[in-house]
Ligand binder design. Structure first.
Ligand code: SF4
Length: 705
């Protein structure tokens, strides 16, 4: 929405899943003035340090300004023809499964939609996966097992209405800062609100906690099974809700009782004080308005899906879901991880929350797209995808808006895979990312501030990203680039898009096609937006239908689930240990995560001096006892080594770190610290259901540098 009088453009932050609204105005001295959009329901004018520093990251420095083949500038026509020819040759010889797209939660929904349509409906394979696999696929899988749909039941307002907020596996103060600010403000207004933080580390988030449980890494499912056992003992189940709306109660309770029979047992397994465990259970037991927020500490595990279900189980048995101030809530990592899910951006999904393994869904989508084919089996998820590239089974890969040479677990192998790959295409706005170094063809995409489209945040709220700076002449929208390749592959009429609004309308129309009663995702009443209505679209939470034209804040509270039987499924969870456990050679546990002032692999935030000053170099937080045992002094350079790789980091000795566990941030890339890439160390173990990697648990050794 451009206000020409004051030259203000309202857009959405490109970083985390909070999805804050931003007002941008021209500032003659400093370029652009960035402030929080007071009218955006996600942030109500608030911004965190990263959002506030966005103006520092604008500009052409480091931008990719023309297509390149083998690092030589070429015309668009030449680059697009080379990609189409290369992909087609490989498809003709080896079949459609020999090519792949690896996309990003940074893409806009419209870009994501077009990429997914090309791969699944026109190339005819499902080898399109996304970096969102790394951050929230366990939540998706857990939601689908329990609800029959990937539905976030609540909204941010619930945090402010809750009497108990449990944060588990989430350092929201640093990773979802504006939401955390809203929580702190609510607690200040209502001091009786209780906050419980479950995290091996004592983080900034613990500052507002009434109770911090420094749980032993990997034992979360035991803690939540214990809560279920406790709720059963205390007769706190909502019998009406479970009888009417849930399946699987008896088996789930029996498994919980067998694996977490009492508080003492749980405290022992989770290395917690029994008094603290009981206090947590007692708060949950007596507080109707209870929310459980969870993030990567739960998801990034080889049993992440089970951990998610152990949380969902506790909310379902108490009927505390989808009503004001209560429910489980997955904090999405990226600005558009949710939008990617909506269009089927994971290798096991179809568009509009439909399923590849459902023949009715395949038929519906193929008919809607009028496509020559449709993927009929799930494609390869991220880790398997790069393994297939390494093995030579996938011979061409197109990477869009992400930097897997830094961000993937065991990234040295990913680099080897890209080096061996017959054709690597990279679309990015930056010229010199670590992944761009492996590109045969490099394509200049639009950056934040130039892009025009939509994103969806953690509370299902669709918001507009609007352009406010002119794009470099040769940079193009991702949807345009994908469509031009699609046309050169022979699919002209299906990809003759002229605008992001046109793509959004098609996506919205598909979402409402025929089956609204069986799927949660429906924005069909947005399918007739004119260009100016799309331009002016205010933030809105899906579903958006004729019945709910202003969007929907909460779902599932009335027991309307999307399973075949229309009931929620309680999932028996047998807690599993992490895939790789410490050994005498690698005695400690490597835990990775974000820091407050950097985003992903620093290709944008690294440009801001203010943000980089927060933590200027790779570091490893080590408990004083582990430091002493390893003969490490504070601020000393150390080498960290795992079975998969090594890195150099600055030792930071901290009593807030859990003994036995080391925390290392994920962000540094080759440009800023070539021997400081932590994901070179991370085990490629994944959850067998969600395929999400285990970023939070890799056995590691400290060596003197
Ligand atoms: Fe951006 Fe997230 Fe900060 Fe909001 S909280 S300003 S979305 S990084």
């Amino acid at each position: 929405m451009a206000d020409t009088e004051c030259s203000t453009v309202k857009t959405t932050c490109p970083y985390c899943g909070v999805g804050c609204g931003i007002s941008v105005s021209k500032d003659t001295e400093a370029g652009f003035k960035i402030s929080g959009d007071m009218a955006h329901p996600a942030n109500k004018g608030l911004l965190c340090s990263k959002g506030a520093a966005l103006a520092d990251t604008l500009g052409r420095k480091g931008r990719l300004l023309a297509p390149e083949i083998n690092r030589k500038s070429v015309e668009w026509e030449t680059a697009l023809n080379k990609i189409a020819t290369g992909f087609q040759e490989i498809i003709d010889i080896y079949g459609p499964d020999a090519v792949a797209f690896y996309v990003s939660g940074q893409l806009l929904t419209e870009d994501y939609y077009v990429a997914n349509k090309l791969m699944k409906g026109f190339i005819g394979a499902a080898n399109i996966d996304t970096n969102s696999r790394l951050c929230m696929s366990s939540s998706v899988a857990g939601h689908k097992r329990a609800f029959g749909s990937d539905t976030v039941p609540g909204c941010y307002e619930d945090l402010e209405l809750a009497d108990l907020v449990v944060l588990t596996g989430s350092n929201a103060a640093w990773c979802h800062p504006v939401l955390y600010q809203r929580l702190v403000a609510a607690k200040t207004t209502r001091p009786n609100m209780k906050v419980i933080v479950i995290d091996p580390r004592q983080t900034a988030t613990s500052d507002c906690a009434d109770l911090h449980l420094p749980i032993k890494p990997g034992t979360d499912a035991v803690l939540f099974n214990g809560l279920l056992t406790h709720l059963k003992k205390q007769q706190k189940f909502d019998d009406h809700f479970t009888n009417k709306f849930c399946d699987g109660l008896d088996a789930t309770v029996a498994t919980a009782e067998a694996t977490a029979p009492n508080v003492e047992f749980v405290a022992n397994v989770c290395c917690l004080d029994a008094k603290d465990v009981l206090e947590f259970y007692a708060y949950f037991e007596k507080t109707e308005k209870a929310m459980t927020l969870y993030s990567q500490g739960i998801n990034q595990s080889s049993s992440g899906t089970d951990k998610v279900n152990s949380i969902l189980n506790c909310h379902l048995v108490t009927g505390r879901i989808g009503r004001p101030g209560m429910g489980p809530f997955s904090l999405t990592g990226q600005p558009n991880a949710m939008g990617g899910r909506e269009v089927g951006g994971l290798a096991n999904q179809l568009a509009a929350h439909m399923e590849i393994d459902n023949s009715d869904h395949r038929e519906l989508v193929q008919k809607f797209w009028q496509s020559p084919t449709i993927a009929c089996k799930p494609g390869l998820a991220a880790v398997d995808l790069f393994d297939a590239v390494y093995a030579g089974d996938v011979k061409a890969i197109w990477i869009m808006g992400t930097n897997p040479a830094v961000s993937m677990p065991n990234n040295s192998r990913v680099r080897q895979a890209l080096k061996k790959c017959k054709m690597v295409v990279v679309s990015d706005c930056e010229q010199n990312t670590d992944t761009a170094d492996f590109a045969d063809v490099l394509l200049p995409a639009l950056a934040w501030g130039e892009k025009d489209g939509t994103v969806t945040n953690s509370e299902r709220r669709i918001s507009r990203q609007r352009p406010f700076v002119p794009a470099p002449r040769n940079a193009k929208p991702d949807w345009w680039i994908i469509s031009e390749v699609a046309k050169r592959l022979g699919h002209v009429s299906a990809f003759k898009y002229q605008s992001s609004a046109e793509i959004f309308r098609e996506h919205a129309l598909l979402s409402g096609h025929q089956n609204n009663a069986t799927r949660d995702f429906d924005i069909s009443s947005l399918s007739t937006l004119t260009q100016s209505e799309y331009d002016d679209l205010a933030p809105i939470q899906w579903p958006v239908t004729d019945e709910q034209p202003k969007g929907t804040a909460r779902l599932l509270g009335t027991g309307a689930f999307f399973t075949p039987g229309k009931k929620a499924v309680l999932v028996p969870v047998s807690p599993q240990p992490p895939e790789h456990l410490p050994t005498p050679e690698y005695p400690l546990i490597l835990n990775t995560g974000r820091i407050r002032d950097q985003w992903h692999t620093m290709t944008r935030t690294g440009k801001s001096g203010i943000l980089s000053a927060h933590r200027p170099e790779p570091y490893a937080e080590i408990h004083p006892i582990d430091a002493k045992l390893s003969k490490i002094r504070d601020r000393e350079l150390i080498t960290l080594e795992t079975l998969w790789g090594k890195m150099v980091a600055r030792a930071t000795i901290s009593p807030y770190q859990k003994q036995g566990s080391i925390f290392v941030p994920i962000h540094w890339n080759d440009q800023y610290a070539s021997n400081g890439l932590v994901d070179a160390l991370v085990s490629p173990a994944t959850d067998p259901i969600s395929k999400q990697p285990e970023f939070k648990y890799t056995p590691v050794a400290i060596r003197r540098f």
